[in-house]
Design a binder for this molecule. Structure first.
Ligand code: NAP
Length: 218
């Protein structure tokens, strides 16, 4: 069994991902959450849980990652907090998790990034959005600079629509929405498909099955 630490497991994508992992024959999830009262959802799925806040030090995250084969970073500070939490979670939380993966010898790392995290997008973004794009830009850069077996997923605008099982994925796709539940399936397909190692791609709603779209990524 491939053991996967899901960071941000209690998030909307994280919860769906843990349930998909638990249904898979080859993977099992450990949910990294920050409150004890969040644990029962994961225990009901038969998944292990570990309590760590991303504002804790790297050592705590590394302890949670010990014995794991893969990490998915699905956490985010969300739109209700300010740029302080964007720096502490979306940037520093991601970097600490990447460093924890190295310390715990976990080679496989799948990162949920944002649709466009280029330098140009930092300059283009509104003053409200720019800190988030900058945080994601540097988290992506940090991961690219490691020798981890990484995949970086750049989703379009997320919706709570039902999963369609169909997406479009490529280095560059037009800006469009995509259901969170389809992104959970994309993350699962990345974990199941070693051909995604070293790749990054944008993903939006589309016409190709998730498995086919992920398997045929260039
Ligand atoms: P979400 O529902 O807001 O989940 C985020 C998770 O991060 C929550 O479980 C939250 O924990 C956790 N978290 C926040 N601060 C934390 C901390 N200090 N320590 C540990 N965990 C912490 O997010 P989502 O909708 O599933 O989206 C996931 C990712 O997609 C985010 O990284 C987001 O930036 C990215 N993204 C979003 C869009 C968009 O259109 N919104 C587009 C592209 C990419 P609690 O449950 O305890 O609060």
């Amino acid at each position: 069994m491939v053991k996967v630490l899901v960071v941000g497991a209690n998030g909307q994508i994280g919860k769906t991902l843990v349930s998909l992992i638990q249904k898979s024959d080859s993977l099992e999830a450990k949910a990294m959450i920050r409150k004890q009262e969040q644990a029962s959802y994961f225990e009901d799925l038969g998944a292990e849980t570990v309590l760590v806040d991303l504002e804790d030090d790297t050592k705590k995250i590394a302890e949670a990652a010990e014995g794991m084969d893969a990490i998915v970073f699905a956490a985010g500070s969300g739109p209700k907090t300010g740029p302080d939490k964007t720096i502490l979670i979306d940037l520093d939380g991601a970097v600490k998790t990447i460093e924890a993966a190295k310390q715990a010898n976990v080679k496989r790392f799948v990162l949920i990034s944002s649709y466009d995290t280029t330098r140009e997008e930092i300059q283009r973004a509104s003053s409200d959005f720019a800190p988030y794009v900058a945080a994601k830009h540097y988290a992506d850069e940090w991961l690219r600079g490691t020798d981890l077996d990484y995949t970086i997923v750049h989703p379009g605008a997320l919706t709570n629509d039902k999963a369609t099982g169909k997406i479009e994925a490529a280095k560059k796709v037009e800006a469009k929405e995509v259901p969170r539940d389809d992104i959970a399936h994309v993350l699962l397909a990345c974990l199941e498909n070693t051909s995604t190692i070293g790749k990054e791609f944008q993903v939006i709603a589309g016409d190709t099955s998730v498995k086919e779209a992920i398997a045929s990524l260039k």
